[in-house]
Design a protein around this ligand. Structure first.
Ligand code: URP
Ligand code: ZN
Ligand code: ZN
Length: 466
């Protein structure tokens, strides 16, 4: 039975507009918007009316970079699809795009089917997949075409992690050529992993084993160099390129230079690079391990360049790269050897709030908040306007956001399955109040009303910026 829901009295904020409008939802989709108090809106009847007075009515967040249950560094990311998508909902994110992994020697099909099975029946919100290519060869290049056909239209390659996910330049070029032909978007982890591994070995030989050395060996120049090389390879292949988790000012400069030439090059950064720094990696008593991720956190000075890149659209998307490992028993695997600390940070629940705080702090505008967290990731990965906006026909993935509520981020209160928060103690103004996913209440005035299995796989079209 179809339930008609009316969201009344809020300020609808999308990437393009801010309107005092009521929103009518039917069959899980947005049916209409009308100015609040207008004759049209007053005439609407509904089975359920949600009062949004004093709240923003925003599209559900689209987090285009998560790693639920990722086996990595001798352990596995601690959020399952069930716990991770529930936490996403709590944080106002209603779509995740997770990375299915091809293992070396295995097909893309096997990797993707494993990820379908992990997610199926377990998710509170909708999900899609990118595919990590760990073994580029004739067979897997052909498989890319099939994946694009079934809605898995983006492929992550790694210039880092030799022996695990690493691809050499020849493999990267071939995958880019294939992407240029089949419409798949290549996503790049841009760090010179071969050089980094030499520096890791040398640091450990000098007895430099603490977490802060993770940041020191993964040098800014090696991110910038890899970003430059990835861009040139994409130019040679005639392919677009999306660089993930950009952290360094010099890497932003490479993207900006390419975009100034009119090249189809895109960049993503993450809250950890905008709000955290090498100061965190230096926290004593091995606490710095909580902040080990790659690319690494950078000195604070880089943050201004990232915010500027987001304002000038040299960076288009903020994703979380949510890849949580508990401090106890997981991050601790690297005591005495920073290279054994599993790489990754939790954050899927915090992104919308941190970026709202950035609005209040004057880094970005309110509409840009929605653009970089909802609309642009949806467009980048072929989900728009089904996701990422509030418009007639769009999925009714809608968040009622209280812009005045105060909160303190803490592992005590978060819903991610991880024993620490990277943002512990941080005060935020703004909080998610209510979340709908395809018209169903998932969070109702700060109470979880969703269920595992509501979230469905969403096949994607190709990048909509091309
Ligand atoms: O440290 C990170 N980023 N872990 C997840 C894997 C990746 O490279 O995105
Ligand atoms: Zn990566
Ligand atoms: Zn990642």
């Amino acid at each position: 039975m179809s339930i008609r829901t009316l969201i009344r009295g809020g300020l609808v904020v999308t990437a393009s507009d801010e309107l005092h409008a009521d929103v009518l939802i039917e069959d899980g989709r947005v049916a209409a918007l009308a100015a609040h108090g207008s004759a049209a809106a007053e005439a609407w009847t509904a089975d359920r009316t949600i009062d949004a007075t004093g709240k923003y009515v925003i599209p559900g967040g689209v987090d285009a970079h998560t790693h639920m249950e990722l086996p990595f560094g001798g352990t596995s990311a601690s959020d399952t699809f069930e716990t991770g998508t529930r936490a996403a909902a709590w944080g106002g994110t209603t779509t995740i795009v997770d990375f299915a992994v091809q293992s070396v020697g295995h097909s893309l099909r096997e990797g993707l089917d494993t990820w379908y099975a992990k997610a199926d029946g377990n998710c509170a919100v909708d999900y899609a997949f990118h595919m990590i290519l760990s073994d580029v060869n004739e067979r897997t290049l052909k498989e890319m075409d099939h994946l694009v056909g079934e809605g898995v239209t983006s492929f992550k390659l790694f210039m880092a992690y030799p022996g695990v996910f690493y691809s050499d330049d020849g493999q990267i070029l071939r995958a880019m050529q294939r992407g240029a032909a089949n419409g798949g978007l290549i996503m790049m982890h841009a760090e010179n992993g071969i050089a980094i591994d030499v520096l890791v070995e040398q640091a450990l030989a000098r007895g430099e084993t603490d977490p802060r050395h993770h940041g020191e060996v993964r040098k800014v120049l090696l991110e910038a160099e890899a970003t430059h090389r990835a861009i040139q390879l994409a130019r040679v292949a005639g392919a677009p390129l999306y660089v993930v988790h950009v952290s360094a000012e010099e890497a932003v400069a490479e993207l900006a230079a390419a975009r100034d030439k009119g090249l189809p090059v895109f960049g993503e950064t993450c809250p950890q690079y905008l709000f955290l720094s090498t100061d965190n990696l230096e926290e004593p008593d091995f606490q710095g391990a909580k902040y080990v991720c790659s690319t690494p956190l950078r000195p604070k000075e880089h943050q201004a360049a990232l915010w500027r890149g987001l304002r000038t659209n040299d960076l288009q998307v903020v994703s979380t790269d949510h890849c949580p490992f508990c401090f106890r028993g997981q991050k601790e695997l690297g005591r005495g050897d920073f290279s054994k600390i599993p790489n990754g940070l939790p954050g899927v629940e915090n992104r919308m709030d941190l970026l709202h705080q950035a609005v209040l702090d004057g880094h970005i505008s309110r509409r840009r908040w929605i653009e970089i967290a909802c609309a642009s990731p949806a467009r980048m990965f072929g989900l728009y306007p089904q996701k990422g906006t509030i418009a007639p026909g769009s999925d009714a993935d809608i968040v009622l956001y209280d812009p005045h509520a105060e909160q303190v981020i803490s592992a005590e209160t978060h819903h991610m399955n991880v024993d620490y928060s990277a943002y512990e103690g941080r005060r935020i103004t703004g909080r998610v109040d209510t979340v709908l996913s395809r018209g169903e209440l998932v969070i109702d005035q700060r109470e979880f009303t969703g269920r595992a299995g509501h979230g469905a796989f969403v096949p994607r079209s190709t990048c909509q910026y091309l």
